[in-house]
Design a protein around this ligand. Structure first.
Ligand SMILES: Cc1cc2nc3c(=O)[nH]c(=O)nc-3n(C[C@H](O)[C@H](O)[C@H](O)COP(=O)(O)OP(=O)(O)OC[C@H]3O[C@@H](n4cnc5c(N)ncnc54)[C@H](O)[C@@H]3O)c2cc1C
Length: 368
């Protein structure tokens, strides 16, 4: 029922703008409005903080169905979870009350600031610093590649509080867009997910109250990694949705397009491609859903499964969207059809929340 509801909403209110959002590289405001109107912009927020209380699998289904229509728009529910999960996992009751309510209502979005210009795969090499000053912390530094930066009101920011301890000297904070000293770079010009703004975030002597720290001092990196165990599954969901959109489009196209006097879908060579695409997609979906169940139960092998789901589903999405372009021939290569956008959008799922090389490192260290 949830899938049917979100699919109907996405087809009616999100899909019609997907091409324009990509072409104009603009924020999908129509999608945000539609998601907020249906309480779908941050379904993961627990009911006790005013949210819908969706479990990990339900959240995956929402993201999957939005991504099937428009990958950029799916970053709204996905990054709202990514940005706020550190607070949900490790934050004080006061932080949860203060920040999760507006997120659940649709009054604010939440971003996640881990990466820096010189600290990507090696995130623990970050330089952004927070220095204690009485009842305050003062933040200085630059975060890079921050999804929905400038649009979000709230930012979970990882910063070094003890430079002698590397990952154990990193702490997490909630920073607000309106805090003095916060500013944003120009939007990046990207290959895909062009409707999702990606910008640098600058912290210039940003002075925040000490109670904005998420969890204990020195636990920020652990919280950041724990968060990714859960949210890599939402990237897998995004990959599934993009791939499903491409497969559905190609399936329809091969029945219409005629060559050699018959629909190209009558050729076994084409049918075998579609069969492989559907088979890989379903395998990725089953792995993702089983990872979502593990996320909900906090199973001991979640780290492996979160990385495996993200890695497998994103590799599969890249293959399926590339094959969808192939099935449309020359038309697939143009912007008159949606599959080239889906192929460009799929690529990011192999890169963010840890590249697929990094996922393989994570899996190798956590073999079941
Ligand atoms: C559109 C977009 C949105 C993003 N959103 C966010 C966000 O909201 N918040 C956030 O914090 N970050 C975000 N990121 C950052 C993203 O997570 C990083 O880009 C990613 O982790 C890779 O870091 P990097 O770009 O510095 O690449 P690098 O770490 O420089 O990697 C370059 C290449 O080297 C490989 N490599 C590196 N180390 C190893 C190794 N040990 N073994 C094998 N190969 C290796 C990588 O796999 C990759 O192929 C976003 C990025 C993009 C492009």
């Amino acid at each position: 029922m949830l899938r049917e509801t979100v699919r109907a909403l996405a087809e009616a209110k999100i899909a019609p703008f997907a091409a324009a959002v990509d072409e104009e590289a603009r924020f999908p405001q129509e999608a945000l409005d539609a998601l907020v109107a249906s309480d779908l912009q941050a379904v993961h927020v627990p009911e006790e903080y005013g949210g819908a209380g969706a479990d990990a699998l339900a959240t995956v289904i929402v993201i999957e169905e939005v991504a099937r229509a428009c990958a950029s728009s799916s970053l709204i529910p996905a990054v709202n979870k990514l940005g706020s999960l550190p607070v949900i996992l490790s934050g004080s009751e006061a932080l949860k009350k203060k920040y999760l309510g507006p997120l659940a209502k649709g009054d604010a979005m939440f971003s996640y600031c881990l990466s820096e210009p010189d600290a990507g795969s090696d995130a623990a090499g970050m330089k952004t610093k927070a220095v204690r000053d009485g009842d305050f912390w003062v933040l200085n530094g630059v975060k890079r590649w921050i999804t929905n930066a400038g649009v979000s009101e709230y930012y979970t920011v990882m910063a070094v509080t003890d430079p002698t301890k590397r990952s154990k000297g990193i702490s997490a904070f909630v920073v607000e867009k309106s805090d003095e000293g916060v500013s944003f770079g120009a939007p990046e010009k990207k290959l895909g997910i062009k409707g999702s703004p990606t910008r640098e975030v600058y912290f210039d002597n940003v002075r925040i109250p000490a109670d904005r720290m998420i969890g204990e001092e020195g636990t920020g990196f652990a919280t950041a990694m724990k968060t990714l165990d859960h949210t890599r599954i939402t990237i897998a969901a995004q990959a599934l949705g993009i791939a499903q959109g491409a497969l559905d489009y190609a399936k329809g196209y091969v029945q219409e397009r005629k060559q050699f006097g018959k629909p190209i879908g009558d050729f076994q060579g084409v049918q075998f491609m579609l069969a492989d695409m559907a088979m890989k997609l379903e395998a990725a979906r089953q792995l993702t859903y089983s990872a979502a169940a593990k996320s909900e139960r906090l199973d001991g092998d979640l780290t492996f499964f979160g990385a495996a789901a993200k890695c497998f589903a994103s590799d599969v999405a890249m293959e399926i969207t590339t094959d969808a372009v192939q099935l449309l021939g020359g038309y697939g290569y143009t912007r008159d059809y949606p599959v080239e956008r889906m192929m460009r959008d799929a690529k990011i799922t192999q890169i963010y929340e840890g590249t697929n090389q990094v996922q393989r490192i994570v899996m190798a260290r956590n073999l079941p």
